[in-house]
Design a protein around this ligand. Structure first.
Ligand SMILES: Cc1cc2nc3c(=O)[nH]c(=O)nc-3n(C[C@H](O)[C@H](O)[C@H](O)COP(=O)(O)OP(=O)(O)OC[C@H]3O[C@@H](n4cnc5c(N)ncnc54)[C@H](O)[C@@H]3O)c2cc1C
Length: 500
């Protein structure tokens, strides 16, 4: 009896079919839309829309080869579709989903797809060379070598591994946008209309609740759209990717970023085709090395690293709380209520999340995550918030990025220091302080910047930990030089009660 192949909602590209079936005859396939997922958590509506639209687009492509089941749970859906018949599935992307498929005796789990390196290869690296301290930069060099990616005769193409010096520019002075070609935007169709009607009905009749706005869909929902987005990025936008990667502009949230994370994480794109296309653009002289290396680093360095750490650190990693942060997230943040916020950087970024479910990596790290860290919000709650509110958020990508990178809740297993800053950094790297009610240099008084007071309050709270780390010890020395620390801390306390 031919086994039925199960596709999860983030396994939607051809590379998630059974080996050989990508190019040949496709055997029976099952896809399960499990309503309980939406009952358990309050997702951004644009995310629910995107995932359901992408699943239904894939089902439409597969036609009568797929059994598309709408059920309360995965178990029920599988029973309905195949009974106890044999099933194959590629390694799912979360601990919970892996537990589920591993507990079903009729399911055979095939190796993971959608990443560049195998679990085994990573484990070998981590246990041997990478062991001791796992560092992203070391991993990235190793992955480039392993994959022979952007390499020339064993040396990094372009002569150096790292082009960060060229890729950390503040935004061009006085500019409101980068003036680069706009990113690909998909057109909605009848499937999107059907999804919207279903979401309306679930809200009306089933008590399922969402957060955020479900405006026109911004991200690809099928393979054709995802490839169009990739090609538009590589052909028209990659060349300018590097220099302003870390900068923020209020009126240009996307800048030169690729907007490919949602497609990669839905499995519509394979990371190998993304980095191969970027490398080809450099070899053909269509994009400079700093931009191409910067983009390759994001995918073969960061995305890959995060995926492997998720499995390497194990399921208990989510409960890390090395900073002892236990405060609940306030309601205005949970509700994405940008209108309740005065700080222009935070209001701008929160509105981007509310309206699209996306913002680029620096607003995530240095505006949203930094605020959570400074305010001492519970890291697991913060992880859940990111997971629910971002179109590209999944358990595997959230745990390392939020618990490790953004909240330092793992005490430094992933990064060498906590990422947070005062208003001065935000001012240097963005135009977000222009016209703000607060001033980045003010620590006290009505214009005191909540990121500046928050930075000093955080440094004071964790002074012994920060003093012992050579990357942060200067912050503690700076703290000791403040002549108005008491007043700064008193000023900061107001943000525990109200939105900044
Ligand atoms: C607190 C925090 C939460 C994040 N949550 C997510 C998330 O839920 N999903 C997600 O895909 N990324 C997440 N990231 C990483 C990064 O912010 C997004 O991948 C990126 O902003 C997506 O936009 P883009 O496609 O335009 O990225 P680009 O800037 O164009 O980068 C290219 C690609 O690199 C990959 N990438 C880069 N950095 C990372 C990273 N740290 N982890 C995983 N992939 C990476 C993405 O696939 C991205 O599409 C998070 C980062 C932080 C600091």
């Amino acid at each position: 009896m031919t086994a039925t192949h199960w596709l999860f909602g983030d396994q939607l590209g051809p590379h998630f079919l059974r080996p050989g079936e990508e190019v040949g005859q496709i055997g029976p396939v099952v896809m399960i839309e499990a309503r309980s997922v939406f009952r358990r958590r309050r997702f951004h509506r644009a995310k629910a829309h995107l995932v359901l639209s992408a699943m239904r687009h894939r089902a439409a492509e597969l036609g009568d080869r797929v059994r598309y089941v709408r059920a309360e749970t995965y178990r029920e859906g599988l029973l309905q579709a195949v009974g106890n018949g044999p099933v194959t599935v590629h390694h799912p992307t979360s601990h919970a989903a892996l537990r589920l498929v591993s507990a079903l005796p009729q399911v055979r789990v095939l190796p993971a797809r959608g990443f560049l390196l195998s679990h085994g290869a990573f484990r070998t690296w981590a246990d041997q060379g990478g062991g001791g301290r796992l560092r992203q930069e070391d991993f990235y060099h190793w992955s480039r070598r392993e994959l022979d990616l952007l390499m020339d005769q064993g040396a990094p193409a372009g002569g150096t591994w790292n082009h960060d010096h060229a890729n950390r520019e503040p935004p061009p002075r006085g500019a409101h946008g980068l003036g680069v070609p706009s990113p690909y935007r998909p057109r909605e169709d009848a499937i999107d209309e059907e999804v919207r009607a279903d979401l309306d009905r679930w809200e009306r009749e089933e008590g399922i609740a969402f957060v955020g706005r479900d405006g026109p869909r911004c991200f690809p929902a099928d393979r054709r759209q995802a490839l169009a987005a990739l090609h538009r990025f590589v052909d028209q936008r990659l060349a300018g990717f590097g220099p302003y990667e870390d900068a923020m502009l209020a009126a240009d949230p996307v800048m030169s970023h690729s907007l490919l994370s949602a497609s990669l994480n839905l499995g519509l794109l394979d990371p190998a085709e993304c980095v191969t296309a970027a490398e080809a653009a450099w070899r053909e002289g269509r994009a400079p090395i700093n931009s191409v290396e910067g983009f390759v680093r994001q995918i073969a360095g960061w995305r890959e690293y995060v995926w492997h750490l998720y499995w390497y650190f194990g399921d208990d990693y989510r409960h890390s709380n090395a900073m002892g942060h236990h405060k609940p997230i306030p309601g205005w943040f949970l509700e994405l209520d940008a209108d309740a916020v005065n700080a222009r950087c935070l209001a701008t970024v929160l509105a981007q999340v509310r309206d699209t479910g996306w913002t680029h990596h620096i607003p995530r790290l240095m505006v949203l995550g930094s605020l959570a860290l400074q305010r001492g919000w519970d890291p697991l709650e913060v992880t859940d918030w990111f997971h629910r509110c971002f179109v590209d958020g999944y358990d595997w990508v959230m745990l390392p990025n939020v618990i490790g990178m953004s909240q330092y809740a793992d005490g430094g297993r992933m990064t060498t220091k906590p990422y947070t800053s005062g208003g001065a950094y935000l001012h240097r790297m963005s135009d977000l302080c222009t016209g703000c009610a607060y001033r980045p240099a003010c620590r006290t008084g009505e214009h005191a910047c909540p990121y500046t007071t928050g930075y000093w309050a955080f440094t004071q709270r964790h002074r012994s930990l920060l003093a012992a780390n050579h990357r942060t010890s200067r912050a503690v020395q700076g703290l000791d030089r403040l002549n108005d620390l008491g007043e700064t801390l008193r000023t900061d306390r107001q943000w525990d009660e109200t939105a900044p």
